[in-house]
Design a protein around this ligand. Sequence first.
Ligand code: PGA
Length: 229
Amino acid sequence: MIFAANFKTNHTRKSTEYYVQDLNKKLGAKDPEDKVYIFPPATALDNYEGDFTLGVQNAYPAVNGAYTGEIGLEQLDEFDIGTILIGHSERREHLGESQKTVSEKFSFFQEQNFEIIYCIGEPLHIREKGFEAVMQYLLAQFEGIDTGYENLIVAYEPIWAIGTGRSATVEEISSTHRALKKVIDGKPLLYGGSANPSNIKEIISIAGVDGVLVGSASLEVEKFSKMFL
Ligand code: PGA
C-alpha cells in the first residue's frame, strides 16, 4: 500500500523538520511492503533522510527561466526530488490549471522520468448525475495524458470528499476504481478524500485501492502514522 501525505499550504520548514524526525521514529514499525510519501510545501523541501519518498506538490514544466513565483527542475534537483503531484483538483480549481496545462506539465515531467501521482476527481454535481457521468468526466481528465507511462500512479479524489470529512462510500470507491483500473492498465490507483485513521482499514481493503493520498489527516504525524501502523 502507498500512504501519501499532502501537506498543501500547511507546515513550515521548521515544522516539517520536526515532522520528519517524528515520522522516522514511526517508520521502523511499518510493513516493509508499504510505501510512505510526503509532499510538503515547496519552501520546506530539503535533503531529508528516512524510509519515505519526498515529493513536490507542484512545479513549473521548465528546467529554469523567467517564471516568477514558480520552481522548476533545477530547484527540485537540488534535493534529488523525482516525484510530483500533477492535476490536483485544488490546482485545477483555484489556480486555473486547464487540462492542457496539466497535460503539458505531465509530458515535461514524464520526459524527466519523474514518478507522477496524477490526480483526477469529479465535483458533486457530476457525482449526483450518476456513474456514467462520473466516468465521462474522469476520462476527460486523461486527455493528453500517457496512461501507459511506467512511473505513473493515479489518485482518484472526488472533489466533494476532499477536506469535507465526508469520504466516498465503499461502493462509490469500489465501482469507480474498478472502472479506472481498466483505463490505466492496472497502474497503482490511490483514493483521496477525507481518508483518516477511522476509515483507512475499510478503504484499503477495497479491491482496486492501492493506497491513499491524505490531506487533513496527514498534518499530524501521530494521526498520519496510525494509518500505516
Ligand atoms: P483530504 O485531502 O484528506 O483533506 O480530504 C486529500 C487531498 O486533497 O489530497
